[in-house]
Every structure is written in C-alpha cells, then in structure tokens.
Design a protein. Structure first.
Lengths: 645, 311, 502
C-alpha cells in the first residue's frame, strides 16, 4: 500500500461514509475531519512538491488489453493540494451557521446531498489527478463531470436546472471529443500508456498531430470554458448552492487545464504543436491556442462587467481567468508556464474567498442582486476586508498573489515578443479592475438600505475560512516563492524547464520581481500616506451616511441614493454596441438546426406507406450494391452469376 | 529579436539592494517628487494664467493651498474606508516614486521594473475609488465610475507603449533602459511613434485638460471630490503633485534617457510636463465616452504601428 | 447435448397443446407453458455445465441423424447458447402474469419462444427463414392481441412491413440457392468465397438484410417501432426491443461472417447503421412521450449495433457484441420502468419525490446507456470508437463523428427528462400544463425488481471488468471464426480441404 493508495482508499471510504451518514446532524463536522485527514495524507506526499519521484498506486485493472493505472506526480500533487484545501475550507464554511440555514431553507436531505456532492467531487478529482494513462484519465474526467453535474443540479431553481442541463450537454460534447481523440491516439500509437504514447507521438505526421490536438483541446477547453465554449460555465457555477460554488469556482474548471498540461504539454509537446502551421495565416497552432486564451480573458471579463448579480459576475471572471492560465501555458517558456500553473493556485484562493464573501452577504441579506445591496461595509467590515484583499488578487494588482502570476505571464509575453497577446491580456486585466470595483462598490460601499440596518457581521464559522484565505492570498503574494517551488516541480513533471525563483519572486537579468521589496515599499508608502493624513491633518468628524452634499436637495432615509444601476454608463455608451451575443446566437442556431433535423427525421417515421418504403429501400440498397462494384464487373457478374447453375 | 538586447543585458547588473542603502532613498525620493510636483503644479497654473492673460498665482501658492486644506476646521469623514482611501491614494504614489529611478538613486527599481510600476500606479486610483465609494454620495460614485473608465481609456495605449519599449530594450528594468539610452541613443529617436503615442497617453495620465471631466472644477458636485473636504482634499492635492511627477519621470525615463545629472533630469521632466500643459488649454473637455473613443483610436493606432517597427 | 432440440420442440408442442388443454383445465395449461420454460432453462444450464469446452469448441447437432449438408443441423457455440438461454429467461421475466389474459396469448408466447430458439440455433438458411417467419407471425399476433385499436393499427403496419421484408428475404435466399445449390450455412460458407463473392451474392445480402432488418430495427424498415412499442404492454415492448431485435441482429451477423465476405456488404450495413443512429436520436429528442422516446432511442442503439458490426476485424465484433448485450439488458429494464410512466413527459414532473428509487434506477440505466465510465456501456462505446477510428474508409470516419453527435443529443433529451422528474413542488410548469391528464402510477414490484437487478448487474460487471472483458474477447473471436464453424459442422471436409490447401 502506497500513500496514494491510502489517500484514494480513504477518500472512497469517506464518500461511502458520508453517503450513509448524510442525514445526521454531525455530518458537517465529520466531513471537515475527513478533508483535514485527506490533506494530511496528501502532505505526506509533499516530497512530490519539491521534485520527488512519482508515487504509484498498487491498484491496477487490466481490461480489454489495456492496463489502467494510477499515480501522482508533482503536477497532480499541486492540483490535489488545491482541491483538498478548497474542499476543506468549503466544508468548514458550510459546517456552521450556513449549513443550518441551508437545512432550514431546503431540507436536511438537501444539505446531506450537498455534502455528498462535495466528497464525490473531491474523490473524482483525485482519481482524475492520479490517472496514469489516457483511459484512466478519461474515466476520471467523466467522473468529475458527473460529480459537478450533481453539485449543480442540487439547486432546484429553474435557472439552475437550465444551467445544469446546458452544462451536461457541453460536458458530454467535450467528453466525446476526448473519447474520439483517445480512440485515434490508440490507433495511431498502439497504446494509451503515457510513456508509450509519448514515444509514439514522435512518429506521427503534423496533420495527425493537428487533428489530435484539436480534438483534445476541444475536450479540455469545454471544461475550462474557453472561447467559444464559455457559455455554460458562469451560470452553472453561479447557481450552485453557496458553499458548493466556493469549491467549484476554485478548482472544478481547472481540471481541464490539468488534462491539457498532461496531454498537450507533456505527451504531445508544445514544440510539436508549434510546428503545425495554419494555412493562409501567419499563425501556428500554438499561437491559435494562445489567442484562444487571450480572447477567453477578454470576452468573459467584459461579460462579467455587465452582470448585475455578484455570483454571476464572479463566475464570469472565473471563466476569464482560465484564459490567463491557458495563455500562460501556451507561451511555453519556463516563466509563462509557471505563470499559468501558478495562476491556478492564486485563482483558487481568491475565487474561493470571493464566493465566500458573496455567500456570506447572501446569508445575511438574502440576495446577491446589486440593485438590492449597498453600504454593507459598516455592517460587515471583516467580510468587506476579505473581499477587498481578494479583488486586489483577482484584478492582479500588487501586493496580492494574483499579481505575481500575471506578472510572470506578461513577462513571458514580453520576452516572447507577442505584443497583441500582451495587449489582450492587459485589456482583460483592466476590465477586471473595473468590474471588481463594481462588485465591491455595489455590495459594500454606497448607501446602506433601510432593511439592512440590522445586518450583522458574518458568523464565525464563515469568517474563519474567509480570513484564512485572505491571509494566504496576501502571504503568497509577498512570498510567491513558496508556491513557485511547487510550480517548478510541476513544470519538471510535464517536461518544461523549471522557473528560476527565490522566495520573493523571480530574479532575471533583464528585470526581475521581488515581491518582498515591492510589498515593503508599498506599505512604507501607505505609512507615509497615513502620517500625512493623520498626523498633519486635523481631526475629522464622523457623520451619518445620509449627511452628504446633494446639490441643495435633502437626502432623507426614505430616499435611497445608491448608484448601482448601469454602473459604467459612459463606457457602455462606447462599447455597449460591441456586445452582440454572437455565441449565444450561435448556440441557438445549433439547437434550431438539431430541432429542424429532428422534425425532418420524424417525417420519415410518420410515413404512412410502409410497403412502399420497404420497396424503395430495397431498390436503393440494390442500387448501392450495383453501384459499389465497378461497371465492367457488374455486367460480368450478372451475366456469369445469373444462370450458370 | 533586436540587437539592442545584448547591450541592455550586459550593462545592467542586478545589484544586491540592502535596506541601509535604500532607507535614505526611501525618504529622499518622495520628498524630491513632492517638491518637483508642487513646482509642476505651479508651472501649470502660471502657464494657464499667462495663456489667459492673467498674472497667475505667487510662487508658494501650492504650499499655501495644502496648508489651508489641512488646516481646515471642517473635516468630514464618512467612515474608515473613506480615510484609508486617501491614505492609499497618496501612499500608492509614494511607493511608485520609489520604483522610479532618478539620478543617483535607483530606489528599488530593479526589484520591480516597468510592469510592476504600471500596476502600482493603479493602486491610488483603486484606493481613491474605495474611499469615494464609502462616501455614500451617488454623485461621487458616478464620478468614480467615470474616473475608472478614464483609467481604462488611457491605460490601454499606455500599456501598449510600455510593451513596445520593453520589447525594444528586451528588458523590463527601468535602470537598464536608462543606462542603455545614456550610452547609446534616446528612446525618442529609436521609437518616435511610440514616443508620440506615449505623449498622448501622458495627457490622460496626468488627469488634466482635456481629459479631466471626472475631476473638473465645474463638475465638482458630480465628481469623486464631492464629499472631500479639508485634509481629504489636501491629500488629493498631494496626490496630484505626485501624479504630475510620476508621469513626467516615467516618460523621461522611457524616451528621453532619464537624467545623468540633476540639472538635465529636472530640465527634462519639466519640459515633459510643459508640453501637455500647453496642449491642454487648446481643447475643450472630452466627455468620458469621447475620451475612451479618442484614446482607443489615435494613440493605440500609433503605438501599434510603432510596435511593428520595433519588433 | 442432443436435447438442445427440445428447446424448439417443447415450446412448439406446448403452443399447440395449450389451447387444447385449456378446454379441460386452464390452470394446467398455464402451468404447462411455465414448466416448459423452466425445463428449457434447465436443459441449457445442463448443457453449459456438461460441456465446459463450448468456450473453445462449438458443437453441431444433426437433427434426426441426417448429417449436413443434406440433413439440417443446429449449431451451438457460446453466443447461440447464450441467446438460447436468454430466450426462455426473458420470456419468463416478461411473462404476462398479472392480467386475465386469454390462453391464446400464452400460446403465442410459447410459439415465440420456440421460433426464437430455433432462429438462433439453426444452422440452415431455410430453417432460419422458417423460424423467422414463425417469430414474425407470433409477434404480429401478440401485438394485435393487445386489443387496443392503436395496437391493431400498429400491428397491421408491422405486418405489412414484415411480410414485404420476408418476401425480400426469401428472394435473397432463392438467389443464394440458385448460386450454390445448398442452404446449409457451413456448406455455403465453404462455397461462398467462390460462388457468392460477386454482385449477386451482394444483392442477396442486401435483400436478406432488408428482410431481417425489419425485426432488427434497421434504419429504413423500422418505422413500425414507435407505434408498436407505444401501443403494446411494457412487457411485450421489453421483450421485442430487448430480445427479438438482438436475435435478428445476431443472425444477420452470422450470415455476414459466413456468407458475405465482400467489404461492400459491411459498408451497406455501416451506412444504414449511421442513418439509424442519427435519425433515431434526433426523433427521440423531439419525443413528448416516455415510451416513444425509449423506442427511438432503441432505434438509435440498434443503429450503433449495425455500425459496430460493420467494422471489419475483431474490434468491430467485440464492440457489436458488447453493445448488443448491454442494450439487451438495459432497454427492457427501461421499458419496465416505463410501466409507471406512460403518457406525456410532463406527466413525470416531480416524479422523483414519489418514487425516488425508480428514478435513481432510471439514472443509473441511462448513464450506462450513454456510455459513462466506468459503467459497462462505456466500454462498449469505447470499443466502437476505437474500432471506427482504426478504419480508413470515409464511412467509418463519418460514423466516428456521428456517434458522438448522437450521444450528445441523447444526453440532452434524457437529462431534460431527469430534470423534469426532479422538478420541485409547485413549479408553475407542472401546475399549468394542459398536457397532464393522468398522474403517473406506481411501478409494479416485478418491474422494479427487474430494473434493480439489471442495475445491480451493471455495477457487478464494473467490479469484475477483467473477467467480463476476457469473456467478451472469447465471444467475439468465436463468433468471427468462420473456420471453426465449417470445421465443427464438417470435421472431415474441413480436414480434407486443409490438406488440399497444403
């Protein structure tokens, strides 16, 4: 029994236990303990994070001439760490007051199912991450898809159900592309084992590689929600019940990136991808994928800017941030991939924290609709603080961790000489800044609504994971070296030169980054600012929020002035016309096409002349038969075969 | 790839920065920036006055203004975030200043580089935005949404320019870029198009005419400043002086070879500020969306063509 | 071993005796039918136990001591024995117990049993035709006997298609006979490479394919399916969709392997298979009625079967058998679930609250049907995809793209239904919908038990993947082994022939 066996077996047994115990009140605490223990088991493998040898599972299955095996390497370990810690925090988050309220609003059974969905998600993700060949990767892939579906389908609302259905159809499309690619890989290389496939890939032609890469990327891209498959994700994640959304938003879609790293980067190799020229353009396949990443950062981010619901806004950003990861990985040098992989960690931390804050707001106020919120900072200051820390991370502004990974990606793009991609990435970041300010302003700033006067700070059970994440976001922002150690090990695992780093960041001859210094200077600056403000200035008087200048009008408590509707009016005036819902229309067109073809086929089954039909079919079949053998042979065949008996 | 890359690499050697070296710079650099910024504000007002055939304010007017604002009796706070917003707005610029090398002082420029600087420059805007948000005045919120839109407008051409320059020098280190320019040729001669686009952007970054509708005096009641009184306004005044300074030093470092000595340096940065000031009074204010339109059209186009030349 | 013949004889006898016995004692007549089924099962299990070597070596049984090619024979190998076992077992499972059925229906069921067993065991082309006709007549009558007007109409249509199909099949057999002068399969197989490898052979295959295709739900001649399944009882629909269609498929495949080595024959099957998959799934997408949805999904699955068997080589054979076996157990289970869920899909709104267990079973079954790993359906689909991608022909490439598209459509309509089932109470869609006329009834315990045991079986296979996959390999190799067939039936001829080749 290896440690990996222990981990997988433990999680599987824990799943069974949680399914069995789901109706008990103590399930919350039990699941927290489960995730904590699983994390401990994972930490026992922490040598992997620093370049240790892969850990194999002693369990294998031999089916249809194919040996399924499972193993953990540095990349798996890195993703598994994020998964388990996200699950632990999400479980902690829902173990207290939130869970009680959920039980009351829905039912005990529903809460139990949420716990079940969470553990099944974790289990399936671990199985996916542990996969040691393409077939077990596919099995893990499907398990993850269905576990996610279960989580999404838990919300009985109409919107959520629609999103879940949409998700599962997209996921199936992805899985089918993946399955096609696997079948082709098997026939082209004669194996599905990673090592053998890797060797086999060397003998394939560019067009074969191009076909495989397109299918694989379609499969993985759908899970990641990259353009043009981005439509399913935001609604599906946003409508997942609060604590579930925390977990899903943090890690679920990143499984696509994991598979992409394994298959496209490790097995096929980016040099092969780069060797594929796209005809009639200057681009190669790697550029195309990088552009997919870049567009994924832009389009969903600007869709997020238009959202009027905090959960949807965050979920759309989740889609957009996935684009950075793809972009980073596709730059293919050590700095860019480090940025892409590190962004997975960073994104998980701030996205989980953001979903937690929004869930906390929903817990206290019952809504996440911007038009019904505002001014909560005085009521929920700690939640506000966590949100500010997280949005700084999300926007990629120093000193939070999101900045470091984005810096690496920008830096790699600079070194690589990719101006347009760089600009695209920055446009995405600027859109993010605008949009996260909208988020924090419309929930926490501005005027407090009358009905929220009595709102209190989020309960402790929700605050602890939130604050913990805020600390991680800040700490890994100041000392990115901690994460970069694991990232470098993961890079070695997928066959890329590891990024050279130190505790504070990157040391490069042509301009590096040392976050310890940058953060230090920033806080020094704030200290100077504070001195100027507090020491030099006189004492200020705190006044009521309604007591402000309104051009001669009196703002009374009956009239609420909170600017939240149509927030960036000026900008939207300018770019509003660019939102054309092209992809939604495309999706509708596809559905209409299926509907039309379906109607067409139905006519056939409605035909009321069955005999005629059979006759026609026979004639057609004979025609096919006659037509398929060559003309000369046909006549010979008939004359010879007919009557020589 | 550009032949200049080897030069930059060889000429810039990463130094080990120790706290003892940096500490005096950490005090001096913001001071220099503050004083130069005040002088720039004075120059701005003087030029404006002369163009309008007025005498203009006395030499110490900016100082008087600050003293007056900080000394005011009515200091209205709308809460902690309101205060912190001002602190961050000023503090962010203080940090940015230390990331900008000036003659004899590199600060911690080699620990960050141009990308970090660009992002640190967004911190004050975000701080101000948070502070204004807490004021609970819808007019302030409207103003800040305009200010952030304006930031989006000028940052995109700005980033393109930064990218072009960094690609040209194959480096993100400001110190390296300055060294290279001083030993070879100024950036403005090697990258005239980028320099032109940069100048355009500078106009937006300085937050002055004609791209200043969100803070324009005439719009004060519907801008971010609406709830700012006393030292809050004073803080923003300090911030503005830093804003002038940072924009001009950055431009000088990217295109005019920084400064090898103080005289040259000051001459350059005051000259850089002067150009936008002269231009600013020739045009009426742009509405926010018009600003977005013009910023995304001309400077972006020029900068992209400029990049095509340096690639 | 020789009592294999009883599998056909006993039910046939029972079928004719039952009405007679019923005149004196109805109870006795009913017991007669059941006991015959039990005896049949016992016989097969006995054979299986006695001759463990059937895995490696098939057996040919000459009827009445006349040796083939002059005499007629039964051919018993793993697959035919398996299906011969499946016939009485499934007839027993879907026996029309609980209605006060006329004795005629039982009699017809026995006829069905006899002819189905004969069809799968027969080693002679003409016998195959005879048993096929018997089977067809039994099933037309069983449909018509349901009594409802819709069932009679559907039966009539089914009859029309079926009889035209039979004529086509007879024509095909006639052509073969004129070409070769024999109807014994092994003998034909010996002669096929010389005499049937031409345009007439291909033509006869097309005719037989169309004829048997009526029963096998082959694409263009399957338009009877939705009406018939929709108007008969779930038990009969389960039997027809689960068992009878598969028998026809296996016979077609056997003929294909033994008689028609032409690649065009495979292509014809592939084309029709693809058409079946795509039209079946597309129409199911529009279906507003649970049984109709299942019927069209069944057409789609049979299309997959034909597509799989059209892939040359062992991979295609394995894929085909896997899909056949999988569909053979899953579809009847789904039809059993349909007993409680007849009528409009909107009827099922919120049904998960009333019968959570049935819905859970439904989900497990459709997950396997969709091919979600690690359920058995996935391995079938995996084999199909690997097989398709191993072929160069454009038709297989097309198939490789059509199958995923069909699966996506299938998941869309199946999970739309699941979502309807899980609708929460008081949903306006459920309340205001005018389609709702009858509330869904509860399932019979028997039907639920069948569905549950099928689901349990699927999960058991997942836990025993390794032996299951080994078994599949051996089934496929035996089914595709022409030489074994010939040498089993004609031990002496085969050796002679082998020697002459040497």
């Amino acid at each position: 029994m290896t440690v990996l066996d222990d981990l997988l077996l433990f999680t599987a047994l824990a799943s069974v236990a949680i399914i069995a115990l789901r109706r008990f009140a103590s399930i919350s605490k039990f699941s927290v303990v489960v995730y904590a223990l699983a994390t401990v088991l994972l930490i026992k493998m922490s040598a992997l994070g620093y370049g240790g040898e892969p850990v194999y599972s002693s369990f294998t299955v031999n089916v249809l001439g194919q040996i399924l095996q499972w193993r953990f390497d540095a990349l798996s370990w890195f993703f598994a760490l994020i998964t388990l810690v996200s699950a632990l925090l999400a479980a902690f988050f829902m173990s207290g007051a939130w869970g009680e309220k959920y039980c009351k609003e829905h039912s005990k059974e529903a809460y139990g199912l949420l716990q079940v969905a969470l553990i099944l998600n974790v289990l399936s993700m671990l199985v996916l991450l542990a996969s040691g060949d393409l077939l077990s990767l596919f099995i893990g892939w499907e398990l993850v898809s269905w576990a996610s579906f279960m989580m999404m389908a838990l919300n009985p609302d109409k919107l959520a159900r629609k999103a879940a259905i949409k998700y599962i159809v997209y996921a199936m499309a992805g899985a089918m592309a993946f399955l096609m690619a696997i079948a082709m890989t098997y026939n082209m290389t004669g194996s599905l084992d990673y090592v053998q496939v890797m060797q086999g890939m060397a003998h394939l032609s560019n067009s074969q590689i191009a076909l495989l890469v397109s299918l694989y990327v379609m499969g993985f891209g759908i899970k990641m929600g990259v353009i043009p498959f981005h439509l399913w994700q935001a609604a599906a994640y946003a409508e997942t019940p609060g604590a579930g959304a925390v977990f899903m938003g943090a890690i679920s879609a990143r499984m696509g990136l994991y598979a992409l790293l394994v298959v496209i980067v490790q097995i096929i190799g980016l040099t092969r991808v780069a060797a594929i020229e796209i005809p009639y353009t200057f681009l190669d396949m790697q550029n195309v994928l990088a552009w997919v990443g870049a567009l994924t950062t832009i389009i969903p981010t600007y869709i997020a800017l238009k959202q009027n619901d905090a959960r949807h806004l965050l979920a759309w950003h989740g889609v957009g941030q996935g684009g950075y990861m793809l972009l980073g990985v596709m730059i293919s040098d050590s700095i860019g991939t480090a940025g892409g992989i590190m962004h997975v960690f960073n994104h998980a931390t701030y996205q989980a924290a953001l979903f937690m804050t929004v869930t906390a707001v929903i817990y206290r106020t019952g809504t996440s609709n911007f038009s019904k919120l505002g001014g909560l900072v005085t009521q929920m200051p700690l939640t506000f603080m966590v949100m500010v820390v997280s949005i700084i991370g999300l926007a990629g502004i120093p000193p939070m961790n999101g900045f470091v990974s984005k810096w690496l990606i920008y830096r790699a793009l600079l070194l690589d000489g990719q101006p347009l991609l760089f600009v695209a990435a920055v446009i995405g970041t600027l859109g993010t800044i605008l949009s996260v300010y909208k988020l924090v302003h419309n929930t926490f700033l501005g005027q407090l609504r009358l009905e929220h006067q009595e709102v209190r700070e989020a309960p402790l059970s929700m605050l602890i994971p939130m604050l913990g994440l805020a600390i991680i976001i800040f700490a890994t922002g100041v000392m990115p070296g901690v994460v970069l150690d694991w990232v470098a090990a993961a890079q070695i695992a997928v066959g890329i030169a590891p990024v050279e780093h130190n505790l504070g960041g990157i040391e490069l001859v042509q301009g590096g980054l040392d976050m310890i210094w940058v953060t230090g200077i920033m806080f020094y600056g704030f200290a100077v600012g504070a001195i100027i403000f507090y020491v030099l200035g006189g004492k200020s008087k705190h006044i009521h929020q309604y007591d402000n200048y309104a051009g001669g009008h009196f703002l009374t408590s009956k009239v609420r002035y909170h600017y939240s509707n149509h927030f960036y009016a000026g900008l939207m005036h300018m770019i509003g016309g660019w939102y054309r819902n092209v992809f939604i229309k495309l999706e509708h067109a596809l559905v209409s096409l299926v509907s039309f073809m379906s109607q067409f086929s139905e006519n056939f089954y409605r035909s009321s002349q069955p005999v005629m039909l059979v006759a026609v079919v026979v004639v057609l079949a004979l025609y096919f038969v006659l037509g398929s053998s060559g003309g000369a042979e046909v006549s010979a065949g008939v004359s010879l075969g007919g009557f020589n008996q | 790839m550009n032949s200049t890359s080897e030069f930059v690499t060889s000429e810039f050697v990463t130094g080990n920065v120790s706290l003892a070296d940096v500490l005096p710079q950490m005090i001096l650099m913001p001071l220099i920036a503050f004083v130069s910024g005040l002088l720039m504000i004075l120059m701005y007002r003087k030029i404006a006055a002369r163009l309008q055939r007025r005498v203009g304010p006395p030499f110490f007017q900016p100082v008087y203004d600050i003293v007056k604002l900080y000394g005011k009796k009515t200091q209205i706070s709308h809460g902690l975030i309101h205060d912190i917003g001002i602190v961050v707005a000023v503090g962010g610029y203080v940090a940015a200043v230390i990331l900008l090398p000036i003659p004899g002082m590199d600060g911690i420029a080699d620990k960050g580089g141009i990308i970090t600087l660009s992002y640190v420059l967004m911190v004050p805007s975000l701080g101000l935005a948070l502070g204004v948000g807490q004021c609970a005045n819808p007019n302030g919120s409207i103003g800040i949404s305009r200010a952030l839109t304006a930031m989006l407008a000028y940052d995109i051409p700005f980033i393109i320019v930064v990218f072009g320059v960094a690609t040209h020098y194959q480096s993100t280190s400001l110190v390296g870029m300055i060294n290279y320019q001083q030993t070879h040729q100024w950036g403005i001669f090697e990258m005239p198009l980028l320099a032109a686009a940069g100048l355009f952007t500078l106009q937006g970054m300085m937050g002055k005419h004609p791209f200043e509708i969100y803070v324009a005096p005439a719009e004060i009641a519907t801008g971010p400043m609406v709830e700012m009184s006393g030292k809050y306004m004073g803080g923003l005044f300090v911030m503005q002086s830093f804003q002038f300074y940072v924009a001009s030093v950055l431009y000088a470092s990217l295109f005019l070879g920084g400064g090898s000595n103080w005289f040259e340096f000051l001459l350059k940065i005051f000259f850089v500020v002067e150009i936008p000031i002269f231009i600013s009074f020739l045009f009426p204010r742009y509405r926010t969306e018009d600003m977005v339109r013009i910023m995304w059209k001309w400077p972006v186009m020029i900068a992209l063509i400029g990049i095509a030349f340096v690639m | 071993m020789d009592n294999i013949v009883l599998l056909v004889v006993l039910p046939l006898l029972a079928a004719f005796l039952m009405p007679v016995v019923a005149r004196s004692s109805e109870v006795l007549a009913r017991t007669l039918g059941l006991s015959v089924l039990f005896i049949s099962i016992a016989i097969i299990l006995n054979v299986w136990n006695q001759s463990g070597q059937i895995d490696s070596q098939a057996v040919s049984i000459a009827i009445g001591g006349f040796l083939p090619p002059l005499g007629i024979n039964f051919y018993v190998d793993q697959i035919s024995l398996f299906f011969a076992l499946a016939v009485p077992v499934m007839v027993l499972l879907f026996w029309p117990w609980n209605r006060s059925t006329s004795i005629r229906e039982y009699s017809l069921m026995m006829l069905l049993t006899a002819s189905a067993s004969g069809l799968i065991l027969s080693g002679d082309l003409f016998n195959i035709y005879v048993f096929y006709e018997l089977l067809a007549i039994a099933s037309y009558s069983l449909v018509a006997i349901q009594g409802r007007a819709a069932a009679v109409a559907a039966s009539f249509r089914y009859l029309l298609m079926g009889s035209v199909g039979s004529v086509m099949m007879l024509l095909g057999i006639a052509i073969i006979y004129t070409q070769t002068g024999t109807l014994n399969l092994a003998h034909l197989s010996l002669l096929a490479p010389e005499k049937l490898n031409n345009i007439l052979g291909l033509g006869s295959f097309a005719l037989i394919l169309t004829g048997m295709g009526v029963k096998a739900e082959l694409f263009p001649v399957n338009s009877w399916v939705p009406e018939v399944y929709g108007s008969v009882s779930s038990n009969l629909a389960a039997l027809m969709a689960g068992l009878l269609s598969k028998l026809a498929v296996i016979v077609i495949v056997r003929l294909l392997i033994l008689l028609f080595p032409q690649p065009e024959a495979l292509q014809l099957m592939a084309v029709l298979g693809i058409m079946g998959v795509i039209t079946g799934e597309l129409v199911a997408w529009r279906a507003k009625d649970f049984v109709r949805m299942l019927s069209f999904s069944s057409i789609g699955q049979l299309g997959l079967v034909f597509l799989a068997f059209s892939i040359p080589g062992e991979m295609g054979m394995m894929a085909g058998i896997a899909i056949v076996l999988h569909h053979m157990v899953v579809k009847p289970a789904l039809f059993m679930l349909a007993t409680g869920w007849r009528g409009s899909l909107e009827n099922l709104s919120g049904v998960a609250r009333r019968s959570p267990f049935a819905v859970l079973l439904f989900i497990v079954l459709i997950l396997s049907l969709l091919g979600i790993p690690p359920l058995p359906g996935f391995w079938a689909k995996y084999l199909l995809m690997v097989g398709l991608s191993s072929q160069d022909g454009s038709i297989y490439t097309l198939g490789m793209f059509i199958v995923p598209v069909a699966m996506i459509i299938e998941i869309a309509y199946l999970f739309r239904l699941v979502m309807i089932m899980y609708r929460k109470e008081g949903d306006e869609a459920a309340v205001n919908n005018p389609d709702i006329k009858v509330a869904p009834q509860s399932h019979s315990k028997w039907g639920l038990a069948i569905a549950a045991s099928v689901a349990a079986m699927l999960i058991a296979i997942v836990l025993q993947l390794q032996p299951a996959s080994d078994k599949l390999v051996s089934l496929a190799s035996q089914l595709s082994d022409r030489n074994q067939y010939i040498s089993t039936v004609f031990p002496q001829i085969h050796t002679v022939r082998m020697q002459s080749i040497k």
